[in-house]
Design a binder for this molecule. Structure first.
Ligand code: ZN
Length: 204
């Protein structure tokens, strides 16, 4: 599963074009920070092309969303409200926690018990949270080249037979879109096929 966090962004058209050219469907964990507001209509296009749209965060501000369970769910409600003009937000059952489900930064704001509590609450809603086991390391400082991102994915995949690949769709990760054709070809050469997250990870 190729997954893209933090979009839509000005890079999204390039990501969509690369996926379309390869005939691959991905999963987008989206944000609605206000800064990316003008790109939100791209979600309609992404969904129509067969990609999965899933929730990430409205603000993506750790100090805000991880203050408490109430603050987290308020942010998710705001995200759904902001993307509702473009996709069927009420039908979305998948989300990715900023920093992942095992992040420790949330402890600073909401305490040690917050992530276990949020995971339970997500499941109680009948939703599914989604982590990753391959990180493209494409959002680190220094703006990695397409070749570096490709090599990160190959190295992190290692011998794993099932991969959820974390990549980013943001203003600063254009090289991710550039790396996609080679990444997709490499996985195909290894015998992998591509799925949206919802195809391999059923909602509870
Ligand atoms: Zn993120």
């Amino acid at each position: 599963c190729l997954t893209f966090d933090d979009g839509p962004s000005k890079t999204t058209p390039e990501v969509l074009a690369a996926l379309d050219a390869a005939g691959v469907h991905g999963t987008f964990f989206v944000v609605a920070t206000g800064y990316n507001e003008k790109y939100l209509p791209l979600l309609t296009q992404a969904a129509a092309a067969g990609h999965q749209i899933a929730l990430h965060s409205a603000s993506h501000e750790y100090s805000d969303i991880y203050r408490s369970s109430a603050a987290y769910w308020k942010d998710i409600a705001l995200l759904k409200q902001r993307i509702a003009p473009y996709v069927d937000a009420e039908s979305i059952r998948y989300l990715r926690f900023p920093g992942g489900s095992t992040n420790t930064v949330s402890r600073r704001y909401g305490g040690k018990g917050l992530m276990p509590q949020l995971k339970t609450e997500v499941e109680q809603r009948g939703w599914q949270w989604v982590d990753w086991n391959v990180c493209a390391e494409d959002a680190v400082g220094g703006h990695p080249s397409a070749d570096t991102i490709y090599r990160n994915v190959v190295r992190e995949t290692g011998e794993q037979p099932h991969c959820v690949v974390l990549m980013h769709d943001s203003a600063t990760t254009r090289t991710t879109a550039e790396a996609l054709p080679d990444i997709i070809q490499w996985y195909r050469d290894q015998g992998f096929t591509f799925c949206r997250v919802e195809q391999v990870l059923p909602a509870p």
